[in-house]
Ligand binder design. Structure first.
Ligand SMILES: Nc1ncnc2c1ncn2[C@@H]1O[C@H](COP(=O)(O)OP(=O)(O)O)[C@@H](O)[C@H]1O
Ligand SMILES: [Mg+2]
Length: 236
């Protein structure tokens, strides 16, 4: 469904991605793991169209989207939940969710999608009339994910949803992502520094270091790899 071919992305001449290639199939859950500054966010921005490709190609369901405008990619169902759980703090939880439903496909079924999202996140139902700025960090992350779900993604990209959260709250977020995956059918690309969790839940993963993919494989292969265990899982 997604094919990233030899993509290089740079910021004012400085390369952040060096010829990155990766794929993701329909309904697959793929994680990208790598240290701070590896280029994880840049990869998601490049796929969603908020960072410009300097060479290489990106295909989504067979369509060349390499130079497509970001809003058109959203129209295709590519939903990017960026780092830092951005919500509109002065709008209520409900208003934030309604804003998420801007894809034409989603506009016709706002009520149904709202019901689904509030079922997945009961805490958002409880706080629906509260300004989003008054939610805790974990609740704001749930709201950011819920808003993404309101646009009925075909392909959801999550950038470090656990960043800055307590271990308990981070676990809850990962469990919720699994729950969403079981209920709704779409592909997920998760970017994380927390390798243990990101590898635990995915089907397949890529290791991104200094803008390059250094390793890839299915979950079991990576978890069983001594180099991964030493560098990322702290088990050796
Ligand atoms: N807007 C930007 N302008 C210039 N350099 C950037 C920008 N965003 C990221 N970078 C640089 O690109 C590299 C990769 O960053 P990023 O994709 O944010 O990594 P990660 O998400 O893995 O922490 C880093 O060296 C970072 O400093
Ligand atoms: Mg990042």
């Amino acid at each position: 469904m997604l094919e990233v071919k030899e993509v290089t992305t740079e910021y004012s001449g400085m390369k952040a991605l060096h010829g990155v290639s990766m794929t993701l199939r329909e309904d697959e859950f793929v994680s990208i793991v790598g240290p701070n500054g590896a280029g994880k966010s840049t990869l998601l921005k490049t796929i969603s169209g908020t960072a410009k490709v300097s060479s290489g190609e990106i295909y989504f369901t067979g369509t060349d989207i390499t130079h497509m405008k970001a809003y058109k990619r959203t129209g295709l169902g590519i939903i990017h939940i960026p780092e830092g759980r951005r919500v509109f703090p002065s709008l209520t939880v409900l208003e934030n969710l309604e804003i998420g439903a801007y894809r034409p496909e989603a506009r016709d079924s706002v009520d149904k999608n709202l019901e689904t999202v509030l079922n997945i996140f009961p805490v958002l139902k409880k706080r629906s009339k509260q300004p989003a700025g008054t939610l805790s960090g974990g609740e704001q992350q749930m709201l950011a994910i819920g808003r993404g779900l309101m646009s009925m993604p075909r392909f959801l990209m999550l950038d470090e949803p656990s960043l800055g959260l307590s271990p308990v709250m981070a676990d809850l977020i990962f469990e919720t992502i699994m729950n969403i995956r079981q209920r709704l059918k779409f592909s997920i690309l998760l970017v994380e520094q927390r390798a243990v969790e990101a590898l635990e839940f995915c089907d397949r993963a890529y290791i991104l270091e200094s803008g390059k993919i250094t390793m890839s494989g299915d979950r079991a292969t990576l978890v069983g790899n001594p180099m991964i265990q030493k560098a990322y899982l702290g088990t050796m």
